[in-house]
Design a binder for this molecule. Structure first.
Ligand code: RVP
Length: 498
């Protein structure tokens, strides 16, 4: 007989937090947002934790190496998308791992014969002030100099002149060998007032660079997601089709964690994939699974060895699965059900399997609601797609700036492995192709979001995520309250409603 669940399907938007007592110790500075990513014994340490409970969606328009580095620098984690050839995805993972915290793979390079016009365009597009000059313009070429926006001016210099004519040649520059420690490199940067310190091998090749800006970011965030070798942590998506080839390649590239990327994770295909990773490969890398929307799905994947379980079907901002297939569940209802099962599972087995809330978070405060409802960490697509660091194009539509953002179920993405419709082509779309308002760089946005999360937790009397899970008091919002909240106030320019 058909089962009709007794409760209505509710979204995160239908809840608000009721403040608890805020004690003297409960200050924004004391709030610890760190959270486990992978399964671990109850009461024990998770082998993988992040300081900021935000991860980027496994999507073409979101998780590129550039975004992964920026997010790891600020304490979160990215999952490089799997809708690309295995070698390409593995190369993206390697590109992130090459960025030893503080020591960057040089990504803005030019050669002496390039024109000032070319380097000017390069710097403008990358929003940087300085480029490294190597003999062949490659990141590992012979180091020949530096050129910055202070070295030439479009009104004073002919943009057809060569870089060589205006660059600062290597002979007069402070450089350091690859054996230098990060702290000594930073001392050189401050002693010599450098913006960029080139790290150069004994035979004169560029090895990496150290930026003053990264030092400042480190001081601001102090929470990079790094591994034991001080390389940035990065995750990657996999699918239930080519996992036997993809997983080993991603492991070899250095991926710290993987996640099966599917709109519907309650399937034997996911169990088989997990069995391969946990059984045949002996769990060399943790593999999360999903997405599910109820306790049954959670238990099935947890039993199969999932490192974490991702929750959410149909709630993504670009998702039309509910309209196309009639499948899904309000994100709050799904989370409440899954979190209850996670806690039962932990009690019964002594194993805590973290829960990730994925998709449909429209406002920053929805992140706090998701954490309060018991999510361990949160996956976001639209949020990250808006930033400079996401890989999609910036476009000007009628004078307003937008970034392109498209669903993995759209024809543009053609992610057949995620939306398995039994064919090699999508027969119908489950996602749309659109634009999201451009929001600038990730760094200040994350800082603001984290400040809001801390402030919310302070109001709720919680200084850790587990305490927030335990103590949060939520209330459902009536239609009447929405209407009252929506009273129209004309905003002064510069004000924000987010
Ligand atoms: P959002 O943050 O609301 O943009 O949602 C992102 C999530 O939406 C992804 O992590 C994924 O689970 C889901 N998604 C991605 N593509 C599509 C689609 O085309 N339907 N949905």
């Amino acid at each position: 007989m058909v089962v009709i669940l007794p409760e209505v399907s509710r979204t995160l938007n239908e809840y608000l937090l009721v403040p608890n007592l805020t004690t003297e110790e409960c200050t924004p500075d004391n709030v610890d947002l760190s959270t486990p990513i992978v399964r671990h014994p109850v009461g024990g340490e998770s082998p993988l934790r992040i300081a900021v409970p935000l991860v980027s969606a496994i999507m073409q328009a979101v998780s590129s190496p550039r975004l992964a580095i920026a997010l790891a620098q600020t304490g979160g984690l990215s999952f490089i998308h799997q809708n690309q050839r295995i070698a390409e995805q593995a190369e993206s993972v390697s590109a992130v791992k090459r960025h030893k915290a503080g020591f960057r793979h040089s990504d803005i390079n030019t050669k002496p014969s390039a024109t000032l016009g070319e380097v000017s365009r390069l710097l403008r597009a990358a929003e940087r002030d300085i480029a490294v000059v190597t003999d062949d313009g490659s990141p590992g070429g012979l180091f020949v100099g530096l050129i910055s926006t202070a070295d030439f001016h479009p009104h004073r210099h002919d943009l057809n002149d060569s870089v060589e004519s205006r660059m600062r040649p290597a002979a007069g520059l402070v450089t350091a060998p690859p054996t230098i420690s990060l702290s000594d490199a930073n001392t050189l940067i401050w002693d010599h007032r450098l913006d960029l310190l080139p790290i150069v091998t004994a035979d004169g090749h560029l090895a990496s660079i150290v930026l003053r800006r990264d030092y400042e970011l480190h001081k601001q965030f102090r929470t990079e997601s790094i591994d034991d070798d001080k390389r940035f942590r990065v995750g990657a998506g996999i699918n239930t089709r080519d996992y036997r080839e993809r997983i080993p390649a991603l492991v070899a590239a250095g991926a710290d964690v993987l996640c099966i990327d599917s709109s519907d994770g309650y399937s034997a295909w996911q169990r088989n994939t997990l069995q391969y990773a946990v059984g045949e490969l002996g769990g060399v890398v943790p593999v999360g699974a999903g997405n599910v929307v109820d306790g049954r799905g959670f238990r099935y994947l947890a039993d199969a060895g999932a490192a974490f379980v991702k929750v959410g079907i149909g709630g993504g901002s670009i998702c039309i699965t509910r309209d196309q297939k009639g499948i899904g569940r309000g994100q709050a209802s799904a989370l409440i059900d899954v979190v209850a099962e996670r806690d039962r599972y932990a009690q019964e087995t002594g194993v805590y399997v973290p829960v990730c809330c994925d998709g449909g978070l429209l406002a920053d405060y929805h992140m706090a609601i998701a954490l309060a409802l018991g999510a361990d960490f949160i996956m976001l697509g639209r949020y990250f797609a808006r930033f400079d660091e996401s890989p999609s194009n910036l476009v000007n539509l009628d004078g307003q700036l937008f970034k392109e953002y498209w669903g993995e179920g759209s024809q543009r993405a053609r992610n057949v492995a995620r939306y398995d419709q039994g064919e090699t082509e999508l027969q119908f779309e489950e996602g749309v192709d659109g634009y999201v308002p451009y929001a600038g760089s990730l760094y200040p946005n994350i800082a603001r979001t984290v400040a809001k999360l801390r402030a919310t937790m302070v109001s709720c009397g919680a200084v850790t995520v587990p305490a927030f899970h335990r103590d949060a008091v939520l209330v459902q919002v009536s239609q009447q309250s929405y209407e009252q909240n929506g009273a129209e106030v004309r905003l002064r320019t510069g004000s924000s409603t987010q």
